[in-house]
Design a protein around this ligand. Structure first.
Ligand SMILES: Cc1cc2nc3c(=O)[nH]c(=O)nc-3n(C[C@H](O)[C@H](O)[C@H](O)COP(=O)(O)OP(=O)(O)OC[C@H]3O[C@@H](n4cnc5c(N)ncnc54)[C@H](O)[C@@H]3O)c2cc1C
Length: 427
């Protein structure tokens, strides 16, 4: 077996990215005694610091949105702010003595031609690694649908770059997308005195709390965090908020406070945005999702004899607002005084640096629970990587364990020597 040139640094496992996924990966690799290195282009948990709006808090309470091995300091029922979440991971990385190198960008990964492993190009020179784990995040590249021309005279910003209301030009704001980001930002803008329009697509809308338990608890006992991806879905749009102590997202109440709701944003014609005639359907689908969770919760509590305070008033759905019964199908932005479109329309991934046989024709990871089609390459933190919780804080920890276990198994096969073997089968 050929050895690498002496000048090239070599490490057995290389983790790309030091968000929660990379840190969880480091913990599990250390438990298996796998020598490894974590490379991070920015700081630990960089995206929690620099790609979230100022007031963002975690979607789940502190007792839930964490790794199993460490609690947040402070009130376990609180929704921790984004800086607190980032600090938690910095502390966690120190506690497990994660071998980190920050400020180093991975620019390319290729399979070595004559030896096992990969050549990893970085901003600080090449490294050779036996295993590479791509932990670069599910929410990498902001997606803005190419609808409104750049010269339309309207500011356009993605939720990834939104920080606070004062950052936006004076005037009304159209928020496109009613997942957790879109609804929280729209509400913040409304509270800041802006006129707000919200384009609402299909979504799930769990109750924030029901019968004295947060929805994260209900999803846990109902085994929904561990559920497989729904047929054909890569991501579930879920409207939930921990802001101001957490409350159920209720679009009818937002409309009653002056927010104008529309259906899915569809097109652009003569200075006007057009919307699908699906607002009522989308909101009622969210209601059905909400009510079905209450039903499942009640059935689970009854079946298990768990005595929780009943909450029949949670089933009351308010009257449909006028904007829902007579939805606007087009908006002349200038005439309405809208100066900003805020696109809360999600993210795509860019694995262009991964020049190995681990991606499909669309550049998406080809994998089974993170084990890619290129032996030695792994993914972590993907939506529905193995379960619904995969891209969330607590879920990724379990996926990291699975990936580290897989690497440990591969190492033990490679370490095997059959009786009579003379040459090493592999390193
Ligand atoms: C607005 C928003 C709110 C969220 N709120 C919650 C929540 O409350 N609770 C929850 O559980 N989940 C939440 N999530 C989902 C998820 O927990 C976060 O997105 C989290 O940041 C994902 O962690 P990660 O480690 O997988 O990826 P990231 O946090 O994206 O980490 C990836 C890291 O890789 C680095 N990197 C990327 N490319 C390279 C490269 N080529 N070389 C070196 N380094 C590289 C990046 O700098 C980054 O630090 C939220 C997501 C979003 C978008």
């Amino acid at each position: 077996m050929k050895e690498p040139p002496m000048s090239v640094e070599r490490i057995e496992a290389l983790v790309v990215g030091a968000g929660q996924a990379g840190i969880a990966m480091s913990e599990h690799l250390s438990r298996h005694g796998v020598p490894h290195l974590v490379l991070e282009q920015g700081r630990v948990a960089e995206r929690w610091r620099s790609c979230r709006w100022d007031s963002l808090v975690a979607n789940g309470p502190a007792w839930h949105d964490r790794f199993p091995g460490a609690e947040f300091s402070g009130d376990p029922e609180a929704f921790v702010g984004k800086e607190g979440v980032a600090d938690y991971f910095v502390d966690y990385a120190a506690r497990i003595a994660a071998p980190l190198r920050c400020g180093v960008t991975v620019t390319g990964v290729t399979r070595l031609p004559e030896r096992a492993g990969f050549r990893v190009e970085t901003s600080e020179g090449p490294i050779e690694a036996g295993y590479v784990i791509a932990a670069t995040g599910a929410f990498q590249t902001p997606v803005i649908p190419p609808l409104v021309p750049a010269d339309a005279g309207i500011a356009q910003i993605h939720s990834n770059s939104y920080r606070n209301p004062a950052q936006l030009p004076e005037g009304g704001v159209l928020v496109v997308g009613a997942g957790s980001s879109g609804t929280q930002i729209a509400e913040e803008l409304l509270a800041a005195g802006r006129k707000v329009w919200l384009s609402v697509g299909p979504h799930d809308r769990p109750p924030r709390r029901y019968r004295g338990r947060d929805f994260v608890w209900w999803l846990g006992v109902l085994n929904k965090w561990d559920a497989d991806a729904p047929e054909g879905a890569e991501h579930t749009t879920i409207a939930v908020s921990g802001a101001h102590g957490g409350a159920t997202v209720d679009f009818r109440k937002l409309a009653a406070r002056g927010m104008v709701l529309m259906g899915r944003t569809e097109g652009w014609r003569d200075g006007a945005l057009t919307f699908a005639d699906d607002l009522g359907r989308n909101i009622r689908r969210g209601d059905a999702n909400y009510l079905s969770l209450l039903d499942e919760a009640d059935a689970w509590a009854a079946r298990n004899g768990i005595d929780l305070p009943p909450e029949p008033e949670a089933r009351e759905i308010g009257p449909d607002p006028d904007c829902m019964t007579h939805p606007r199908l087009s908006l002349d932005l200038r005439a309405e005084g809208i100066t900003t479109i805020l696109w809360a329309t999600g993210f795509s991934n860019d694995y262009g640096w991964l020049r190995v046989d681990a991606l499909d024709g669309q550049g998406k990871p080809r994998h089974q629970s993170g084990v890619s089609s290129e032996p030695g390459i792994y993914f972590l933190g993907l939506p529905y990587q193995s379960r619904r919780g995969s891209s969330f804080i607590w879920g990724v920890w379990h996926d990291a364990k699975f990936v580290a276990d897989h690497i440990a198994k591969q190492r033990s096969y490679l370490a095997y020597r059959a009786p009579g073997d003379t040459a090493a089968a592999a390193e």
